[in-house]
Structure formats: C-alpha cells, structure tokens
Design a protein. Structure first.
Length: 366
C-alpha cells in the first residue's frame, strides 16, 4: 500500500487586514481545502496584525472569518508577530504584508534574514531607500528566504514576473512605457467633462481603486514607485528622486491632512477641465503615462492621438510595453485590470503559492 503523502505545512501571518488583506484572507480560506486535497499544501493562518493590535491564536478558526473575534490579542510588536508566525516546528513561514507602510518594510531584511518569506503589494521596500533595498537583497541571498512583490506594479497582472523572466533568460530592457495606474486609467477613461473630476476621484476612492490617500495616485508618486520597481528589476539603480514627476494635485492641497484633502477635492476641477479642453482642441485624449529609457524616467499626463494604443484601454486597465533587445521591433505588451482589492489580493496569493512551489508543491489543477 502506498504511504500517504504528508502535506507541506506553511505558516502564514497577515499584516494589514484592510481591503486587500481581507480579500487575501477570504481567498486563502476558500482555496485551502482544495490546496490540501489536490496539492498536499496546508496553509495555517497563525496570526493577523493591524496597525495597533496583533491577534495570535492559531487554534481559533474565527481568526479566518472575523479578525476581531480571535481570542488572544496584544499591542503590535512586529518582530514578535513574525516570530510567532514562524513558530518552532520547522514549518515554512510566510508573512503577507498588505499595508502601504514604510515602517513595516523596514522589517523585511530582518525577517528574510531569519528565513521568513515575505509576499506583498507594498511598494515601499522595492521603491524606497536604495540602501534598504540592497540590505533586503543581501538578507534574502544569505538565508534563501524570498521576497515576492508582483502586486506592487500591476495588481494581479504578471508585470514583474514577465520582466524578471526576460532578464533571467538574458534579454535586455531598452525601454518601458505604460499606463501603470489602474486608478488614473479609470479616471481618465471616465473623464469626459460630464462630471467634475473631483466626483470621479471620490467614486474611485469608494470603490477601492485608489491608495488610502488618493494623493499617492494623483501626485504621480505611486506610478513613479512602480517605474522605480521595474527599473530595479532590470538592474537599474533608480531612485524616486531620479523620476521627473508631474503632479495633478494643486500645491495648496499638498500639505493638508487626508480628510481635509478629500473635502477640498473640488479645487482640482478647474485645472483638470482646462487640461481636457486642451486635449480636445488638439484632437486627442488625456492619458497618464510613465516612461523609462536611456533619456531618463518621467511620469505625467500626456495628450495622445486618438489612434494611440493607450487611448483604447478599458476601465482600470494597465498597459505596460516592454521594449527589449528581443522585442525591439514589436514591444511585448501586458494589459488588463490594474486596480482593485480582489485582483491585488490574488497577486499576493499567487506569490504565496510561488513560495510553496519553490519548496516542491505540485501545481494544482484549477
């Protein structure tokens, strides 16, 4: 008689049970029985942490469905949280950072150095301080623990992995151009003058398309971070300060608190109406475009001809065009929805399964 296959146990901790984190928890819970049955992969949710509390109770199934219902909580100390998730049983451990926090990213090198894998849509590590990024890479190389961050650029789209595969197989990135913000794509696809721009921003925020503070999108900094991530993936030591960024946020709104900014949003309406009028006078459309090539890196609104490929995106579509040594005559294009909690959470979940796959878990039939 064939011996039963022992499952691979992976301990999981989730930091940031907001929109993306909650969607990730739901997806993991729904998929867990099939993963155990078909792939012999047992995902154990060990703990959840928000910005103030951490719930540590691996035996309480309520942790899966209602984070606040878990029996044990204490003030959050992230390194204690990580140690609890890792445990002392030799199981693999993965932390899913679903925040947009620099302070959480500060812990990555320590966690990776301790052998704990990290999966995240948090852009702060891969686009932040270059010295911190190099320390993260050194820690990963030393321990073998991996940081996966597909969700940082195209939500659920395979943008980072596509570029990584090109580079790993010896290709060379010559230029990347694209609409890298699902939020801004949605806004400019909808902005036809029938509604004020501020009303569209409020709707996008309510739908979960924007960052918690919409200025991270409207300022162009979120897109700039994505461009930096792609540059670093291709081996270019780019920093945020190297990107020429054109902000949509009026200067008088930059220093406001988030709630005050949301109240003052109508101040954007007149400048945006003027941009739209200029585009129409030129017979074109407004699109938010990022570009990296030998001339440098830039992010901002452009007036494009109506026949341009970027003029025909749908809703939150991201469009990323990689021009490489192999794909020089006809750029390699990745396109699809680039915003929303569900698709971003799916990218985090995919990265978690990629970690398990590197440990020998077989690919499951869908």
């Amino acid at each position: 008689m064939r011996a039963a296959v022992q499952p691979l146990v992976v301990n999981v901790g989730v930091i940031g049970p907001g929109k993306v984190g909650a969607a990730f928890l739901r997806q993991m819970q729904q998929a867990a029985p099939r993963l155990l049955r078909e792939c012999h992969l047992e995902l154990r949710l060990r703990a959840v942490s928000d910005s103030r509390h951490m719930w540590l109770d691996c035996d309480d199934e309520a942790l899966n469905g209602r984070v606040g219902g878990a029996q044990t909580w204490r003030p959050v100390v992230l390194d204690e949280f990580a140690a609890y998730v890792a445990g002392h049983h030799g199981s693999a451990a993965v932390l899913a950072d679903c925040t947009a926090s620099d302070s959480v990213a500060d812990h990555y090198a320590g966690w990776l150095g301790a052998g704990i894998h990290v999966v995240t849509p948090n852009k702060r590590a891969a686009s932040g301080c270059l010295d911190r990024w190099k320390a993260i890479a050194r820690a990963s190389d030393a321990s073998g623990a991996r940081l996966h961050y597909e969700g940082t650029v195209g939500a659920g789209l395979p943008v980072v992995q596509t570029l990584r595969d090109l580079i790993d197989t010896g290709d060379e990135l010559l230029a990347v151009e694209g609409m890298l913000s699902g939020t801004l794509a949605w806004l400019f696809n909808r902005f036809d003058g029938s509604r004020p721009f501020s009303a569209l921003v409020r709707e996008a925020h309510a739908l979960g398309y924007t960052e918690p503070d919409p200025r991270d999108d409207l300022s162009g900094m979120d897109v700039a971070r994505k461009l930096v991530i792609l540059a670093r993936e291709a081996g270019v030591g780019l920093s945020l300060g190297d990107v020429a960024v054109e902000s949509l946020v009026p200067r008088e709104l930059e220093g406001l608190g988030r709630d005050d900014f949301m109240e003052a949003l109508p101040a954007m309406d007149a400048p945006m109406a003027a941009l739209l009028a200029r585009a129409r006078a030129e017979g074109g459309v407004l699109r938010h475009v990022a570009r990296l090539d030998n001339a440098g890196a830039s992010v901002g609104v452009q007036v494009l001809d109506g026949g341009h490929a970027f003029a025909h995106g749908q809703l939150t579509d991201n469009v990323v065009r990689f021009a490489t040594r192999r794909y020089c005559d006809n750029a390699l294009v990745v396109q699809g929805p680039g915003a929303g909690p569900e698709v971003t959470a799916a990218a985090v979940f995919t990265d978690l399964l990629r970690v398990a796959g590197a440990m020998g878990v077989k690919r499951c039939a869908c």
